[in-house]
Structures are given as C-alpha cells and as structure tokens.
Write a protein that binds this ligand. Structure first.
Ligand SMILES: NC(=O)c1ccc[n+]([C@@H]2O[C@H](COP(=O)([O-])OP(=O)(O)OC[C@H]3O[C@@H](n4cnc5c(N)ncnc54)[C@H](OP(=O)(O)O)[C@@H]3O)[C@@H](O)[C@H]2O)c1
Length: 309
C-alpha cells in the first residue's frame, strides 16, 4: 500500500514520513524542487521514500503522484507564500485539485492537516481556507481524517520567539503578548497522523490536537530569557502590526499575513485548547512548553560550547 505525502519536506510531513518508513510502510513523497533541499530529500530517500516531482499549483503533477497511491497525507501549506504561491493558489486551489486527483485515482483515504480554530468567519483568510478544504473533503466522499493541531512549538515558540532571543538578544512581540495560546510539538502531532494513515480508528473523525498547556508569547520569551540568562522581549504597539499588514500586502502577501495575525484582537480569536478529552481518549505524555524550551536552550548552550563561546 503506497501512502503519498504532500508536504514531506516540512516539519510535520518529514516527521510523519520518517515514522511511517520506520514502521515499514511504503511512502511516496511529492517534492516541489528536490534540488532546493538536497539534504532533506536525500534523507527521505535514504529512509526508503519514493520521490515524485510535483507541485500543488500543477494539477497534472498531482494526478501523476496520486496514481497507485491508496492513502494521502496532505500536510503542505503556503501561509507565507506570494506570487505564484499565494495561500489562495496553494492552500485553496491546490488542495481542491489534490482532492479531485485523489478521487479520480481511487485513493481510499485522505488525511488532511487543517488547524485548530479553522472556521468560516475566522478573521484570517488562511483559517477560512482550511475550513473550506475541510468541507470540500467531507463532501468528496473519500474516507477522511482531519487533523486540527494548535500552533507548532517548533515554529511559534522557537522560530518566532526563542531563536531570535537567543541569537540576537531580543524577540519582537506585538502588543502586551498576554493572550494565552496553545502550542503543540510536531513530535506529538506526527503519531496522530501515523494512526490516521495506518489504522481505522480515526476514520471520519475531525480531531483537535493541542499540547498540555496554554501560555502567552510573553511567558515564552520569559522562559527563554530565564534559562539562557540573556535576552528580552521588545513590545511593539499593536498599531504597528495593523499598519505593517496594510503596507506590506502589495509587496509580500505572506509576510503581511503574519502582521495581520498579530493585529487580531485577542477576543476575536481564542487560541486556547483544553487537552483533557484528547488525553482521555488517547492517553500519552505530551511535551510541555517548559520542557520544549529546556531542550532548545540546552541545544543552544551546546552549540555555543562547540563554537568556543
Ligand atoms: N506550523 C504550525 O504552527 C501549524 C499549526 C497548525 C496547523 N499547521 C498545518 O500543518 C501542516 C504542516 O505544517 P508545517 O509547519 O509542518 O509546514 P512547513 O514546515 O511550513 O512545510 C510546508 C510544506 O508545504 C510544502 N509546500 C508548500 N507549497 C507547496 C506547493 N506549491 N506544492 C507542494 N508542496 C508545497 C513545502 O514544500 P517545500 O519544501 O518545497 O517548500 C513544505 O514541505 C500544514 O497544513 C499547516 O497548515 C501548521
């Protein structure tokens, strides 16, 4: 049984592809530009993945990639895309084309990665698109599972806050940054993807997935600063995010979207998650933000020692 992964060079896609291969599954990965990420692509190939060239904006390539695949894991996105790769083209048109290609190729199961809180009237277009693709998949009659994870720690805790604080000594936070948010580690989301692709237990389910705690961006910056004994958060007024989003939109739609996200009033977008029902059904230990930050700061210390600092 071949499982096609669209987005295998990304955080969740790579973790899931490697776990499936370790489990002995046959995995095909659709990759946009293999030459751009030679190390990642060769790691996937060395682990046993079959590589197919393709692009969500190229429907013919999706048809080719789906041929002979029985299950699909869609975990690509273009939140930060622009030009040919706007979110509308990749996340909406591209994913609709992928569902159509899966249907005509007779794919038996489609696992789609949406996002926690995706809804019809979400203030951010990306989350409205996720909702529309969820609806399209349910209407397609392909047996499905929809995963709706909260914000990935690897990106929203580390890449956006922790890494700049460690590397440059400061992290930028718009507004007071007191809104509580849920963060989940990719390593805790991948096992749900594995289950959805391999077993029948999650068929027909739409599953919200989040980590064990809800903390604010301000708390995250403080955790890094405390452990590394350096760095601080710099708070910019929310108005800067409003203006930034508006000014940047004609230049870079994806970056403008980041500013738009920062400008959404806290009460228009609840980003918290209560993990109790999830953990009652799927008992497991999920990574806390504290533990995740401990690990990242430990890695940072080691890399400094390695560089003689
Ligand atoms: N990151 C989060 O905090 C978060 C939270 C909730 C849900 N999600 C969802 O979880 C999924 C995985 O997210 P992630 O953070 O792991 O993604 P990621 O690391 O940003 O990787 C995105 C993936 O999408 C691929 N991609 C982008 N445009 C494409 C195109 N036109 N054709 C084919 N592939 C394309 C990228 O390929 P290239 O290597 O060629 O760029 C890459 O493999 C996404 O659906 C995302 O919306 C993410």
């Amino acid at each position: 049984m071949t499982i096609l992964i669209v987005g295998a060079t990304g955080l969740l896609g790579r973790a899931t592809a490697l776990a499936l291969l370790k489990d002995g599954q046959r995995v095909r990965v659709l990759v946009r530009e293999p030459a751009r990420q030679p190390q990642q692509v060769s790691a996937l190939q060395q682990a046993g993945a079959e590589l197919v060239a393709g692009d969500l904006t190229d429907p013919a390539s999706l048809e080719r990639a789906c041929t002979g695949a029985l299950r699909i894991f869609a975990c690509a996105h273009s939140f930060l895309g622009r030009g040919r790769y706007t979110s509308a083209q990749v996340d909406h048109v591209g994913h609709s084309a992928l569902i159509a290609a899966a249907l005509s190729a007779g794919v038996h199961r489609f696992v789609y990665t949406s996002a926690l809180g995706a809804r019809e009237n979400h203030p951010i277009d990306f989350f409205r698109t996720k909702h529309e693709i969820e609806e399209g998949l349910r209407d397609s009659h392909i047996p499905y599972t929809i995963l709706r994870p909260s914000s990935f720690m690897e990106q929203h805790v580390h890449a956006f806050i922790g890494k700049p604080l460690l590397d440059k000594g400061f992290a930028v936070i718009f507004g007071p940054g007191r809104k509580r948010r849920n963060f989940v580690s990719v390593r805790d989301v991948a096992p749900f993807a594995l289950t959805a692709l391999r077993d029948d237990t999650l068929l027909g389910r739409t599953l919200d997935i989040g980590g064990p705690d809800n903390v604010s961006n301000r708390d995250v910056a403080a955790m890094y600063a405390l452990r590394s004994r350096q760095g601080r958060a710099i708070h910019l007024p929310l108005g800067v995010a409003h203006v930034g989003g508006t000014l940047l939109r004609p230049l870079h739609e994806g970056v403008a979207r980041l500013f738009d996200v920062a400008a959404v009033p806290d009460d228009e977008w609840d980003e918290t998650f209560d993990p109790r029902a999830l953990l009652a059904e799927f008992p497991r230990e999920m990574t806390t933000v504290e533990r995740f930050v401990d690990e990242r700061v430990r890695d940072w210390r080691r890399s400094r020692v390695g560089r003689g600092r």
